[in-house]
Design a protein around this ligand. Structure first.
Ligand code: FES
Length: 109
């Protein structure tokens, strides 16, 4: 059953940054880009493992794409589609994410 969870205040994720979260063994991350927030399960479609080596580091050096640290797969921030790497043509699993009027971020798991 899906459930909406409070993540954090939106100010905790600066524009162009990303942040990881864990709820009851479910791992996810959020990217703040262009004034919007995008949430994905933290699971690379290549091997099904987590994407990051360092905490909260889910983006490439330019902050333009999501990058898997293991084999370098690159994903579009706004869709999760893999555009390069061993899982090209596959996609991250996106999660519904919203920011309420007080700036609180919510995600549906
Ligand atoms: S595990 Fe992510 S690209 Fe291989």
């Amino acid at each position: 059953m899906s459930k909406e969870r409070a993540l954090c205040h939106s100010s905790a994720i600066a524009e162009g940054q990303s942040k990881g979260f864990e709820f009851e063994e479910q791992r996810l991350f959020v990217v703040h880009k262009g004034g919007r927030f995008y949430a994905y399960r933290n699971q690379c479609p290549h091997l099904g493992i987590e994407l990051e080596w360092l905490p909260d580091q889910f983006l490439d050096a330019e902050g333009a794409l999501i990058q898997c640290a293991t084999h370098g797969a690159l994903f579009l921030i706004d869709s999760g589609d893999c555009i390069a790497g061993p899982c090209q043509g596959q996609a991250l699993t996106s999660l519904p994410c919203r920011c309420d009027e007080e700036g609180q971020l919510w995600v549906t798991l």
